[in-house]
Design a protein around this ligand. Structure first.
Ligand SMILES: Nc1nc2c(ncn2[C@@H]2O[C@H](COP(=O)(O)OP(=O)(O)OP(=O)(O)O)[C@@H](O)[C@H]2O)c(=O)[nH]1
Ligand SMILES: [Mg+2]
Length: 238
C-alpha cells in the first residue's frame, strides 16, 4: 500500500475528531433534551444502542449516584432517587443531548449490604462486554469511610482496567459525594484519608472529584461535566 493512502487516512481521522468536539455547555446545556432510553434488569437484557460513548456510575447503595447524574444533567428527578438505600435496581441508560445524542450516562444499582448478587453479575457483564464504555465513576459518601465492599470493588474494577493485550478499555474515576454533610473544618482531613485509601486499593483510579449536589450552587458538578465529556473524547481543546 502506498504511503499516500496512509496519509489520506490520517487526515480523514483528524477531521472526524474535529467535527465531534464540543464545549460542556453544548453537551449539557440543554437539560430538557436528556432522555431515558433503556433499562436492563438482567445480564441478557443489556441494550444495544447506537455506539455513543458511555460512562457508568457505581458505589454503595445510597452514595448519591442517581442524584449526581441528575445534577450533571441539570434535572431534578429524571433519575429516581430515595432516602432509602436500594432505589436503583436496574442499569438505566440516559441519552445526553437531542437525538442522535452525544453520550450515554448509565445509572446502576448500588453494591454492599443492600446490593444483590444478580446486580453484581449484570454490572460485571456490562464492564466485560461494553465496547462503548469510556469511564467508570465510583462514588464514596464523604460521611462514611471506605469499607471492605469499597476496597473490594476498587480492586475488582482495577483488575479490568488493563486488558490481556495491554490496552486500557476504560478508565476509573473516584468521586466523593455529599461533601456538605461533613463540618467544613473536617473536610481536608476527611478527603485526604479517603484519597489515600482509594489510592492504596486502586493506584490506577483517578483522584477524586469532590461534589455536593445539594449545596447552592452545587459543588463539583461543572467539573464532573467536563470530566465526563473529556472521558468520552468530546471536549474541544479550548
Ligand atoms: N446532603 C446530601 N445528600 C445527598 C447528596 N446527594 C444525594 N443525597 C441524598 O442521598 C440519598 C440517596 O441518593 P440517591 O441518589 O438515591 O443514591 P443512590 O446511590 O442512587 O442510591 P441507590 O440507587 O439506592 O443505590 C437521597 O436522600 C439524596 O437526596 C448530596 O450531595 N448531599
Ligand atoms: Mg440510585
Amino acid at each position: 500500500m502506498s504511503l499516500s493512502i496512509f496519509r489520506h487516512a490520517t487526515q480523514r481521522k483528524d477531521l472526524t475528531s474535529i467535527w465531534r468536539q464540543y464545549t460542556t455547555a453544548q453537551i449539557f446545556g440543554n437539560a430538557g433534551a436528556a432522555e431515558f432510553v433503556a433499562a436492563a434488569g438482567s445480564v441478557d437484557s443489556i441494550p444495544k444502542l447506537h455506539g455513543l460513548p458511555e460512562v457508568i456510575v457505581t458505589g454503595r447503595a445510597n452514595s448519591g449516584k442517581s442524584t449526581l447524574f441528575n445534577a450533571v444533567l441539570g434535572r431534578k428527578d429524571l433519575l429516581h432517587t430515595s432516602k432509602k438505600a436500594g432505589r436503583t435496581r436496574e442499569l438505566n441508560f440516559f441519552r445526553v443531548g437531542r437525538e442522535p445524542g452525544k453520550l450515554i450516562l448509565v445509572d446502576a444499582p448500588g453494591y454492599g449490604a443492600r446490593g444483590r448478587p444478580q446486580w453484581g453479575a449484570m454490572f460485571d457483564q456490562y464492564l466485560d462486554t461494553r465496547k462503548e464504555l469510556r469511564r467508570v465513576y465510583i462514588l464514596f459518601n464523604a460521611k462514611h469511610p471506605l469499607n471492605a465492599f469499597d476496597t473490594q470493588m476498587l480492586a475488582h474494577i482495577s483488575s479490568k482496567l488493563i486488558s490481556d493485550r495491554g490496552r486500557q478499555p476504560f478508565t476509573l474515576q473516584a468521586v466523593i459525594t455529599k461533601a456538605d454533610s461533613i463540618p467544613s473544618d473536617k473536610i481536608p482531613e476527611t478527603i485526604a484519608k479517603m484519597r489515600k485509601d482509594i489510592w492504596e486499593a486502586a493506584p490506577l483510579c483517578l483522584p477524586p472529584v469532590i461534589t455536593s449536589a445539594t449545596m447552592h450552587p452545587p459543588l463539583g458538578i461543572d467539573e464532573m461535566r467536563k470530566n465526563i465529556a473529556d472521558a468520552c473524547g468530546l471536549l474541544s481543546p479550548r
